[in-house]
Design a protein around this ligand. Structure first.
Ligand code: GDG
Length: 731
């Protein structure tokens, strides 16, 4: 099995100078972190034995050079490039990715821009990725898509291939109130895009919960223990806090760089490392340090803030602004507090070589990480892992995902400058024994759940969940062999009955119920089937009798309305009741439902002759789910002593006469005659009662790949029609 990793950028950067290509391995967190895991593939017991990485190689490559570059990166880096014009990439990266998603997902709506053009370019880039991937994907591949640049890709791939698909988001998933600020099309398609995956992973439980709530509120889809039933698979949402390569940080020989902590008489070092980004809280950190110096003159000359700031996204205006703000503030603090022998803020606007970074981690007494929002923050973990002497204090913002796993550190709210200042003072005075104790606990955790464990956990859950979901979907899927058996059975049978539901089965579900009238094609299909004297067709619908009469009344069909209250036998005029029914109970039920309709905006009542339905699919789904149990209990208390019952369907509660449902109705038909062939086809919750009452030898088919009592499922409504067509033609 091969693991196909997909990310926006390849772990290798291809550049061209004077006609010569150079390929440099990037040192990003994901790349270096995963390298150990990837190197282990094929050696252990994992089903995954090899990998390939797909992404953008980082520059414009001429059409005629593509083959050469592809071959080169494949051989040397196990990478497969997605060739995109730099123009499109820049547009998307600096547009929807970093001017819309990044600020919004990090709770900076004021920085977010909602331009439709950005969105369309983002979609286009995801499509290009899809097309390139389709050329690469092999049958035994498992796909792992990374991060916010490619959120549409899982669903785009799902339409085309049946490989297991995983997705991991490296940044926070915001709360519903933030996410809903995206315009309708993009917020819906992003959620649907992610749900195309078998497994959607987040760093923290909160992000996963935010996602599930958005799915509920925007798509109206509920989850069961983080699992969402999609038409053809189950999407599982889960938490995988990303780890680091602990051994590397803990054991790396960093010579010749000094890594000893400065001794007595030398200033203690407070370190911060991050990309230049407004989400990282760099300005607040400096202000906090400034306040600390104001409040604690005793520390003057004895402590330095060593700020490593890595240049990032220089093309985005808000990043340039923060850079000049930062330069100014550093000058101000150094000017106000520094002197000839002491520079309070050492400011390095650069990316350090890896060894030097670890050396700086080791020599720092304190790491001060104050993001206002951060998906995880790997620097926090790397700092603790690097401390070979176990001495040092981590100050971490409660808004970083990492804070959830690092409770032995000093956790602060970075919006409060006073809290930052006090935390620095506290950290500098924590007794060494307590530092060591806390760091050992955190190191044990980081060692146990390192990046290899993180990746292998994700991949094994992905394999498991996709296998279960494929099995349950395919177990019942009406495949060619079973379909043939069904048709043979039909052909051979002397007497047959087809019990078929209307909405969702014979016609697609319609937004407006009154516009679901049958096409001429459907009408001729039904009368064609019925014209065979050996076949009885029964339309089993929850609709009222007048509508059915209007649409199908001129055909010679058996019609049943209101889930079986009314029957119209084929060839006869007029409707009759299945049995004597009462509607007196409506007097009490209707006012009760009216009261709840007033309480739940968007809900409405549908009254029929012998049934009343309360629909809430248009209501606020969270409000509805709180109220539904109360409505159900209330109705049950009303009908206890009368001959009516309450059924809870999909976003509807229905009250009707006892003994009236599609199951009872089916029994009525089946008791009239011995049939050699019985077929029940349905699509909705009320058809489940029909399936449950079918005798063992009957065929039952539900539309949609979902949990069902039916023996078989077909993917979509068109497949049900297709099946009926085959019966008519005797194919
Ligand atoms: C995103 C999410 C999430 C930094 N400076 C230097 C350097 N680095 C390396 C660090 C670390 C990585 O870059 C930064 O990772 P972070 O997690 O701190 O932050 P983001 O880049 O914003 O990453 C974040 C992460 O994805 C993973 O899911 O944690 O929340 O925003 O590995 O070591 N490396 C070198 N020199 C530097 O100067 N060599």
């Amino acid at each position: 099995m091969r693991l196909l990793i997909v990310s926006n950028r390849l772990p290798v950067s291809v550049s061209k100078q004077n006609g010569e290509f150079t390929m440099t391995k990037s040192a990003g967190g994901l790349v270096s972190g995963l390298s150990d895991y990837l190197a282990s593939l094929g050696k252990g017991t994992s089903d995954v034995s090899e990998y390939i990485w797909m992404g953008w190689p980082g520059s414009n490559i001429e059409k005629e050079e593509e083959d050469y570059v592809r071959q080169k990166v494949q051989q040397e880096f196990r990478a497969s490039p997605v060739f995109l014009s730099k123009k499109l990439m820049d547009k998307v990266y600096l547009g929807f990715c970093n001017r819309t998603i990044w600020p919004l997902f990090h709770y900076f709506p004021n920085y977010a821009r909602f331009e439709l053009e950005y969105w369309h370019e983002y979609k286009r880039m995801n499509e290009v990725f899809r097309d390139e991937l389709l050329k690469e994907i092999r049958e035994d591949d498992i796909l792992w898509v990374h991060d916010y640049h490619l959120m549409l890709l899982p669903a785009m791939l799902r339409e085309k291939v049946s490989n297991p698909i995983g997705f991991f988001l490296h940044i926070p998933f915001p709360s519903y109130e933030m996410f809903r600020m995206l315009h309708k099309e993009s917020r819906t398609e992003i959620l649907e895009g992610l749900l195309g995956a078998d497994l959607v992973g987040f760093h923290t439980h909160d992000y996963a919960q935010h996602f599930l709530r958005c799915v509920l509120r925007i798509l109206g889809m509920e989850n069961h223990m983080g699992k969402i039933a999609m038409p053809d698979h189950t999407a599982e949402v889960s938490t995988f806090p990303m780890g680091i390569d602990f051994q590397k940080f803990h054991t790396m020989d960093v010579s010749p760089h000094p890594s000893e902590k400065p001794g007595r008489g030398k200033p203690k070092m407070v370190l911060s490392v991050d990309r230049l980004d407004y989400s990282k809280g760099i300005i607040n950190r400096l202000k906090g340090f400034e306040l600390f110096l104001k409040k604690h003159p005793e520390w003057h000359g004895k402590v330095c803030l060593n700020m490593v700031v890595v240049p990032s996204r220089t093309g985005v205006g808000s990043y340039r602004k923060i850079k000049s703000q930062l330069d100014e503030l550093v000058g101000q603090v150094n000017g106000n507090f520094g002197n000839m022998t002491w520079t309070p803020v050492i400011y390095q606007y650069t990316s350090l070589p890896h060894k030097e970074l670890i050396a700086q981690y080791r020599m720092s007494h304190v790491a001060l990480l104050t993001p206002l929002r951060d998906g995880m923050n790997l620097v926090a973990k790397e700092y603790i892992a690097s401390l070979t002497d176990h001495k040092g204090v981590l100050i971490i913002s409660e808004f970083a995902g990492a804070a959830k796993e690092m409770s032995e550190s000093v956790v602060i709210n970075p919006n409060n400058i006073d809290e930052i200042a006090d935390a620095i003072a506290e950290a500098l005075t924590i007794p060494v024994r307590d530092q060591v104790r806390g760091n050992r606990i955190m190191q044990r955790r980081l060692k146990r759940y390192d990046v290899t464990k993180w990746a292998s956990d994700f991949v094994s859950v992905l394999l498991k969940t996709s296998k279960v979901s494929r099995e349950s979907a395919s177990r019942k899927l009406l495949n060619a062999a079973t379909r043939k058996e069904l048709l043979d059975n039909y052909r051979r049978a002397g007497s047959r009955i087809i019990l078929v539901n209307y909405d969702g089965t014979l016609v697609p579900y319609s937004k407006y119920p009154s516009s679901a009238e049958p096409t001429e094609g459907l009408r001729s299909l039904l009368s064609g089937l019925e014209s065979d004297a050996n076949t009885d067709i029964v339309i089993i619908s929850g609709r009222g009798k007048d509508e059915l009469e209007e649409w199908l009344g001129d055909l010679s069909l058996n019609l049943t309305a209101e889930h079986g209250s009314w029957i119209r036998d084929s060839g006869k005029k007029g409707w009759r009741l299945l049995k004597p029914l009462s509607s007196e109970w409506k007097e009490e039920v209707l006012p009760t439902l009216e009261m709840y309709t007033d309480r739940l905006p968007g809900s409405y009542i549908q009254e029929r002759d012998y049934s009343v339905a309360w629909h809430y699919h248009k209501a606020d789904i969270e409000h509805a789910s709180q109220l539904v149990k109360e409505v159900n209990d209330h109705l049950l208390s009303i009908v206890t002593n009368i001959s009516a019952h309450v059924l809870h369907g999909s976003k509807v509660i229905e009250v009707s006469n006892s003994g009236i449902n599609k199951g009872e109705l089916a029994m009525h038909w089946l008791s009239r005659k011995e049939y050699d062939f019985i077929l029940a086809i349905g699509a909705g919750w009320s058809d489940e009662l029909l399936f449950q009452t079918m005798p063992d030898h009957a065929w039952s088919v539900r539309v949609g790949l979902t949990q069902t009592a039916a023996r078989f499922v077909v993917r979509e409504q068109g497949d049900a029609i297709h099946l009926l067509e085959s019966l008519r033609q005797g194919e």
